[in-house]
Every structure is written in C-alpha cells, then in structure tokens.
Design a binder for this molecule. Structure first.
Ligand SMILES: [Fe+2]
Ligand SMILES: [Fe+2]
Length: 170
C-alpha cells in the first residue's frame, strides 16, 4: 500500500484534474460533456490549489531544493485563478459558447502543464529533501485544509440569498 503522505494525496487529486483536462482539451468531446467537465474541474482545481498552497507551498517555500519550483507554482496558480475568475463571472450554465469553451481549454492546458511540472520536478525534489514523517505531517495538513475548504464551499452554495436574509432580519 502507498504511504499516506502529501505526495500521494496530491497525485490522487491531480488524477481527477487530468480526467477533466482531457475532456476540456479534446477536439471531439461534445459541448455538454465539456460543460460538466468544466463544472467539476473548477471546483476540484480551486480546492486542490488552495490546499496545496496552504500545506505544501507555504511551509516548504524556504526549503532550497523546492524553492524555485514552489515560487513558479504560486505564479502558475495565480494565472490559472485569473481564468477561473473570468469563467465564474460568465453565466455559461445558460449558454456554453465557443468563447467559453476556448477559455476553458486554455485554462485546462495551463493546469496540465502545471501539474506535469509539479509531478516531474517539485514532488520528486520534495521526496529527496524531507523525511517520510514530514511528508506525512504535510499530508495531514493537506487533507484537513481540503476538508474544511470543501465544507465552506458546500455551505456557501446553500446559503440563503442576501435579499432573503434582509427580509428575515426585519
Ligand atoms: Fe499546484
Ligand atoms: Fe498540484
């Protein structure tokens, strides 16, 4: 059995991202399939990127072996987040246009490259730089952050609309 450490957890979550990415960059996938892949991808990416930053990036950025990769990681996340924000501002639930698909494809390509960089360089160097115990500690932090962010996310989806809240408070 694989060890329950941050490298295993990150790679697992990358696997889910890669599945959506394949659909979003495909020339043959139908718009309806891309639409559902995009919905899943946006949630998966935000939860993963934030958890990864909080557990791995923030704690290991001063570690020489992974310093540069992590700085690049922050930059890649923030470029991806710009596109995520733009996509979230569009009501593509109603109309999934060619422009939306193009934006989603560019985001998917960017994250594909980012995930490859992490797996081929950052995680390999991290494995060499720190002990198994430290990898497990970071893994725990990753899981905990992921869980609380998902709960926050779910809560925000069922939140009462502000105008209702105002009505109720009278
Ligand atoms: Fe990342
Ligand atoms: Fe990642």
């Amino acid at each position: 059995m694989e060890n329950e450490n941050i490298i295993t957890f990150i790679k697992n979550d990358h696997r889910a991202l890669k599945e959506s990415i394949q659909i979003l960059i495909s020339e043959n996938a139908k718009p309806a399939l891309k639409k559902s892949a995009l919905k899943k991808f946006l949630i998966d990416f935000k939860l993963h990127a934030k958890s990864e930053e909080f557990s791995l990036y923030d704690n290991m950025v001063d570690q020489n072996e992974v310093h540069e990769s992590i700085l690049e990681g922050y930059e890649e996340h923030s470029i991806a987040e710009l596109l995520v924000d733009e996509l979230e501002a569009i009501s593509w639930d109603l109309e999934f246009t060619d422009e939306t698909q193009a934006k989603a494809k560019v985001l998917a390509e960017l994250v594909k490259l980012h995930v490859e960089n992490e797996e081929e360089k950052m995680l390999v160097d991290l494995r060499k730089a720190v002990t198994e115990k430290e990898l497990e500690r970071l893994g725990l932090l990753y899981k905990k952050t992921y869980k609380s962010l998902s709960e926050e996310f779910m809560a925000s989806r069922v939140k009462i609309k502000p105008e209702f809240e105002r009505d109720l408070s009278i």
